[in-house]
Ligand binder design. Structure first.
Ligand code: 5GP
Ligand code: ZN
Length: 114
């Protein structure tokens, strides 16, 4: 998608350091962090929202969650705790329409979320 921010970051058209990458995913620090560790795990392939997933994507979403767990562990939060979140559409506050899993850690995270 030519006008997608995350496609541009993945293509290297916008500078950004990947904290993790493999053949199907990249992970970047959020530009406006909501916790001491706030990372976005993003598939290289453009998928607009969770509503657009197909059974073909099941393994991809599993890989996203496992990447989040690995990054949390790498930063020392596996035992203390962390949260992963997908925002979907307006009422959940989705602003970038290329799916991304938020990984938040490093502070007490309230429940229910706002
Ligand atoms: P959403 O609100 O769609 O769930 O999350 C989008 C996230 O992308 C937000 O937390 C926002 O701070 C982050 N973001 C927006 N633009 C950029 C950018 O250019 N670089 C990075 N690293 N994060 C961004
Ligand atoms: Zn995209």
């Amino acid at each position: 998608m030519s006008d997608c921010l995350f496609c541009k970051i993945i293509a290297g058209q916008i500078p950004g350091r990947f904290v993790f990458e493999d053949h199907e995913l990249v992970a970047i620090r959020d530009i406006n962090p909501q916790a001491p560790l706030h990372v976005l795990i993003i598939p290289r392939r453009h998928i607009a929202t969770l509503n657009d997933l197909t059974p073909h994507d099941d393994a991809l979403v599993g890989s996203m969650q496992r990447a989040a767990a690995a990054i949390a562990k790498e930063h020392g939060y596996a035992d203390s705790g962390y949260r992963t979140v997908f925002n979907v559409n307006r009422e959940a506050g989705q602003t970038v329409f290329h799916i991304h899993l938020h990984l938040l850690a490093g502070r007490g995270l309230g429940w229910p979320p706002g």
